[in-house]
Design a protein around this ligand. Structure first.
Ligand code: PLP
Length: 427
């Protein structure tokens, strides 16, 4: 493929934007090569600046669950845009989407809209601290909860990709209140509670992790965390920025039948526009300003374009009773067929999958935490990524990321993807 224009655009961007990108993982630093500059997206396809087309498995890192530029969402945004982009006042639409989410997600009474998943998680931690009057919280190595300071310690996503999971600029004062445990290791969590008695405000977790590749909770891990939180007076925060409305309409709480005290959202609830949210029971959410003392605010929070795009996306999903079943079926087919092809080439691998999230780890062993994800063959992943890209299949550009399957991926796209993988040359 010819990447001439992308290459020129990257050189130009590099002069004016740090590293040439507005979010690090877009720079292809992990897989190498020039990041492709996209100019259009429709359904299951992306078109780059050189007019190359790709079947795509990133879907804007999760939001585009219906595929890109879905006609219903597009129409809804256009109609709203004619009435104004942002008012900075309350709107009826905000209550409409809040009510809709509260009625459909288990165990939440109120929801506060923000503009990103980072804000949602940062605010949820602040609220948990304000509510419990405790400072510390537990997170898991390889999980990513956005780029707020207290999360950037042994973090996943771009942090893992660049081999530097902790960021300069985070002060030791901030870092001391972030306690890390290994994903799926309940004994480490028990130890942390024992060593920090009465000090832990919350556990925050990706209930299905997507930022060290896709890693699933095992051996009732989520249920055990619930129990530990109850025993120790701490809140359980499910970071459902990725999983919310993607794995099930009620998210991981519904899927695993575990109640969280606070839930964060992003991605799908914005339908492709910038949105995040956090939600919980009245007794906790009532502590939030202006009703309570825990402060949180945002100029564009509840932005009408984003609310309309989000609500239209959620309603579309809800109206299709086979939506999640179909997405899971597509993902399952990809998993089984790709597995068969890789086996036929004697390539050691593991595919982790839940609903419409999946990752391939080039690893002989099962992957259930960050260390195991890190031990897989990332050089082989990079080779796999580039060979597929060259033939029009666009995967997330890092072995630490999850593929997001959209509803626009149908038989034709699956067939083409498998055909390309069959041609993969393993050396
Ligand atoms: N939480 C999870 C689980 C995420 O995957 C992400 C982003 O990928 C975030 C939080 C941060 O969201 P945002 O990038 O919208 O700030």
């Amino acid at each position: 493929m010819n990447y001439q224009r992308s290459s020129a655009l990257f050189d130009e961007a590099y002069k004016y934007i740090p590293g040439g990108v507005n979010s690090p993982v877009r720079a292809f630093k992990s897989v190498g090569g020039v990041p492709l500059f996209m100019k259009a997206a429709k359904g299951a396809y992306l078109t780059d600046a050189d007019d190359n087309q790709y079947i795509e498995y990133i879907n804007s890192w999760g939001p585009a669950i219906l595929g890109h530029t879905h006609p219903e969402v597009l129409e809804a945004i256009k109609k709203q845009a004619e009435k104004g982009f942002s008012y900075g006042t309350p709107t009826e639409l905000e209550t409409e989407i809040a009510k809709y989410i509260v009625e459909n997600v288990p165990n939440i009474d109120q929801i506060r809209m923000v503009s990103s998943g980072t804000e949602a998680c940062m605010s949820a931690i602040r609220l948990a601290r304000g509510f419990t009057k405790r400072d510390k919280f537990i997170k898991f190595e390889g999980c990513y909860h956005g780029h707020s300071d207290s999360f950037l310690i042994k973090s996943g996503s771009g942090m893992a990709t660049f081999g530097n999971p902790s960021s300069p600029g985070v002060t030791p004062g901030t870092a001391k209140d972030t306690l890390n445990a290994r994903y799926n290791d309940i004994e480490q969590v028990e130890d942390l509670f024992r060593l920090n008695q009465g000090e832990i405000a919350a556990i925050i977790i990706e209930p299905v992790a997507g930022n060290m590749g896709c890693v699933l909770p095992e051996n009732n891990f989520l249920q055990k965390l619930r129990k530990l939180c109850d025993e120790n007076g701490a809140l359980l925060i499910f970071d459902e920025v990725m999983t919310g409305f993607r794995l099930a309409f009620g998210g991981a709480q519904e899927l695993y039948n575990v109640k969280a005290d606070l839930v964060t959202f992003g991605k799908v609830i914005g339908g492709g526009l910038p949105v995040g949210a956090f939600a919980g029971r009245n007794e906790i959410m009532d502590h939030l300003a202006p009703k309570g003392a825990v402060y949180q605010a945002g100029t564009l929070s509840g932005n009408p374009l984003a609310m309309r795009a989000g609500l239209t996306t959620l309603q579309h999903i809800k109206n299709d009773e086979n939506f999640y079943q179909n997405l899971s079926k597509t993902t399952e087919t990809l998993d089984f067929e790709i597995g068969k092809i890789l086996n036929s080439k004697s390539i050691e691998h593991r595919i982790n999958r839940k609903g419409s999230m999946m990752s391939i780890f080039f690893h002989i062993n099962a992957v259930s935490n960050f260390d195991e994800a890190a031990n897989s063959n990332h050089a082989l992943f990079n080779n796999f990524f580039h060979q597929l890209l060259e033939k029009g299949i666009y995967l997330p550009p890092s072995g630490y990321e999850t593929w997001f399957i959209s509803d626009a991926i149908k038989e034709k796209e699956i067939d083409k993807t498998l055909e390309v993988i069959r041609q993969f040359e393993y050396s």
